[in-house]
Design a protein around this ligand. Structure first.
Ligand code: 2AM
Length: 191
């Protein structure tokens, strides 16, 4: 199965980003609004027998991280502006890079050798001759409280995404608190 880890921004942010797609002319294929996401790691084809490990790696990376705020301000092109193939919105946020790194370290056979991590949300892919898109300035912010393990099935109508698992970035704090509470109960302080 073709898998990737991704952060899906809230619907309001997806909507604001999709608004900008109206500027596209020519052979740009916009990403479907509800599929707009930020890839933390693209695993490619993963044998079913490895799925449990991939889920566990997601859980571990989430546990070692905490929630953070993401900002989206501007747009850019991959691989470069001269011959763009992808038009994206640039994302910033303290937690993206550590998460991408933790996943890469946990699953080097799938994620190492991947292109360098650049936090972005793809807005459109160029399928043929098409003019460049003028820069767009966004003023968007959203809380990143979870990420997903997603299966992508390629169909003639475009990719179909299925979320296989969601990993909460908030659990670390809660677990920490529970542990502390239990620890205190077991070892009450003597008066
Ligand atoms: P992109 O948006 O920059 O194209 C699912 O295909 C997600 O995985 C996409 O967001 C895509 O990033 C990312 N991805 C990374 N490497 C990929 C690859 N070699 N083939 C397809 N998608 C890749």
């Amino acid at each position: 199965m073709r898998l990737f880890y991704a952060v899906f921004p809230p619907r309001t942010v997806q909507r604001a980003l999709a608004e900008a797609q109206r500027m596209l002319r020519g052979n740009w294929k916009p990403v479907r609004e509800d599929q707009i996401h930020l890839t933390l790691g693209f695993l490619g084809d993963v044998p079913d027998t490895e799925l449990a490990r991939v889920r566990a790696a997601g859980r571990e990376a989430a546990r070692a991280s905490g929630p953070f705020t993401a900002q989206v301000r501007g747009t850019g092109f991959f691989p470069n502006e001269g011959r763009p193939r992808v038009w994206f919105a640039r994302a910033e946020g303290d937690g993206f890079e550590p998460l991408a790194l933790a996943l890469r370290e946990a699953l080097p056979e799938f994620l190492e050798g991947e292109r360098a991590f650049k936090a972005h949300l793809t807005l459109a892919r160029r399928k043929g001759p098409a003019p460049r898109v003028a820069p767009v300035v966004f003023d968007l912010e959203f809380p990143v409280e979870a990420f997903a393990l997603v299966e992508s099935r390629l169909t003639p109508k475009g990719p179909q995404y299925t979320v296989l698992d969601t990993f909460s970035l908030k659990e670390r704090d809660e677990r920490g608190k529970q542990r502390t509470a239990k620890g205190l109960a077991k070892h009450p302080q003597a008066d």
